[in-house]
Write a protein that binds this ligand. Structure first.
Ligand code: PEP
Ligand code: MN
Length: 356
């Protein structure tokens, strides 16, 4: 399979055969100048759509959240000046109304909206009869059913030009990613909706500029049809997602270095599954290491607290309980007693070693 999807051209964004669709632009619309400077600097690169969050969701009340309606006028100016079509996130029927009035070309539904069936239903109701392409980001939590449900709600209201954006999922433990890609979960989703175009947003997966290239290449190797890359004329001055935005030159370098598959290569789901299973094993190996490190760190803290409480550093009754739990749960997980014993002995030795 190649990375190319003819759907985008049918939607009115001519993508050259064999090439992925590229959506780029800042996390948030901050000012007219920021949008124009960024868009103009991308003109020499193969970018099809200019993105900007007009009402960007932020964790904190005081955080810069996009400039709202006025940004829609700036974006129209960007389109007029550069010829780039526009993509904007919509989270509510009111925002949809504003975006349609501004004749924005592509809408996307953000991860915090997809996760909420009430919000998706309200948007789906408002989208009935709207002919714009709608790209649906994965829900912020790794829940396939919620993701399926969001697509069903939109399809049920007759939204036809649908696409999907993988932007990664929340996770609790420390991780090198801001949001885990979960390629294998995404592949399972894709097998239920095989005819949709798939876009990868490496920016929110990575959370930093340095990992974006690798994630884009993995997406291309897994036959994704497009990329959405946060790009700011000067990322250090960005008011949101500072760490993960590329500057236009970095975007250009990234795009020219992507290894794309030849057009017309026959579709091979087994090959796709092989690659995605390998990436899933890499992800789990990484999680094992992160969890070992987190466990060792906790046991060091525990050592310090015990000292404060004048308790002995090693308490065999507690350790026996830990082991017993591990054996019980390990058995439920299909792991042998010998394996559990070896692993936990190694963990114990290492935490004693670190405390010496
Ligand atoms: C964004 O694209 O800037 C954004 C807020 O996305 P997400 O919904 O993936 O967090
Ligand atoms: Mn962002």
């Amino acid at each position: 399979m190649s990375n190319y999807s003819p759907v985008f051209s049918q939607w009115g964004f001519p993508v050259e055969p064999g090439q992925p669709l590229i959506i780029a632009g800042p996390c948030s619309a901050e000012s007219r100048e920021q949008l124009l400077l960024t868009a103009n600097a991308m003109r020499s690169y193969p970018v099809h759509l200019f993105r900007a969050g007009v009402w960007t969701p932020r964790s904190h009340l005081e955080a810069a959240a996009g400039t709202g309606n006025v940004a829609l006028e700036w974006l129209q100016e960007v389109r007029q000046e550069t010829g780039l079509k526009l993509a904007v996130e919509v989270a509510t029927p009111q925002q949809l109304k504003e975006v349609l009035q501004a004749d924005i070309d592509v809408l996307w539904i953000g991860a915090r909206t997809t996760v909420n069936p009430f919000a998706v239903q309200e948007l789906a109701n408002a989208l009935a009869g709207v002919d714009k392409p709608v790209l649906v980001k994965n829900p912020i939590t790794p829940d396939l059913e919620v993701w399926f449900g969001a697509m069903e709600r939109l399809q049920n209201k007759g939204v036809k030009k649908l696409g999907v954006i993988l932007r990664g999922f929340v996770h609790r433990r420390p991780s090198k990613w801001r949001f885990e890609p979960e390629w294998e979960l995404a592949r399972k989703f894709r097998s239920e909706f095989p005819s949709l175009p798939y876009i990868c947003d490496p920016s929110h997966i990575a959370g930093n500029a340095s990992m974006i290239q690798d994630i884009c290449q993995q997406a291309m190797d897994l036959d994704y049809h497009g990329l959405m890359v946060e790009t700011h004329y000067d990322p250090s001055r960005a008011l949101s997602d500072v760490e993960q935005q590329l500057n236009p030159e970095q975007l250009g370098e990234l795009l020219s270095s992507l290894r794309l598959k030849p057009l017309g290569q026959p579709e091979n789901p087994a090959e796709m599954e092989l690659q995605s299973l390998r990436l899933e094993i890499d992800r789990i190996d990484q999680a094992l290491l992160e969890n070992f490190a987190a466990r060792l760190k906790l046991s060091q803290r525990l050592g310090a607290v015990k000292k404060e409480l004048r308790l002995l550093p090693l308490q065999s009754s507690r350790w026996n309980r830990v082991l017993q739990q591990a054996h019980e749960y390990g058995q439920q997980c299909g792991l042998s007693d010998a394996f559990i014993r070896d692993i936990f002995n190694r963990i114990r030795q290492e935490s004693i070693r670190q405390q010496e």
